[in-house]
Design a protein around this ligand. Sequence first.
Ligand code: GAR
Length: 201
Amino acid sequence: MKKFSVFASGNGSNLGAIIDAVRAGGISAELVLVVSDKKDAYALKRAENAGIEFFCFDPKDYNQKEDYERIIVEKLGKKGVDFIVLAGFMKVLTPYFINIYRNKILNIHPALLPSFPGGRGVRDALQGGVKFSGVTVHFVDEKVDSGPIILQDIESVLEDDTEDSLLERLHKIEYRLYPKAIQLLVEDRLLVEGRCVKIIN
Ligand code: GAR
C-alpha cells in the first residue's frame, strides 16, 4: 500500500476529512506522517487524536528553507512516503524539495486557479466580483498555487456572501474533492502532459 504525508499549518479540517476518507476506505493509502510549521496548529492535535505520527518545525530555527526541508525529506524517506498532500500548508516549498517529489505533491486551493492564488484566495475572489468561485486541486510546482490542475468544482457566489460564508461552502467541496483527487493519484490514474492532467479510466 502507498504511504503519504499531509503538511498543514492551521486548523487542518482538510486533514480531518482525509483521515476520515482513509478510515472509510475512500483513500486506499496509509497516512504515516503529518508535518507542520506551526506548533499550535490544530492539525497537530488532529494527528495526535488519530494516532498519526507528526513532526513540527519552527522555520525561525533555520537559516534557510532548504535546511528544514532536508530534515523533512529525511523523515519522509524513513517513513517510506510515496506522495505528499498539502492541506493549508502556508510555506512555499523550494525547487530542491519539489524536484525530489515532482508530480507527487498535491495542493488544494479555495478558488478557481489560475485566478486568485495566494493565501487570500477567497477574499480576492469576492473583491474581484466573480459570480462563480470554487476549489482547485493541483500538482505543486515552483510557483505559488500553480502547477497542473487535477480537479476543480464550482460554487456560486451570492450577493450577500462574506469571506466566512463562502469559505464554509467551499470547505464542503474541499472535503469531497481532495480525497477523490488523492485516490486518483493512489491508483496511478493521473497523467501529466505539460500543464494538463489527463484522468485515465
Ligand atoms: C483550505 O481552505 C485550503 O484550500 C487553503 O487553506 C485552507 C486550510 O484549511 N489553502 C490555501 O489557501 C492555499 N493557498 P484547513 O486547515 O481547515 O484544512
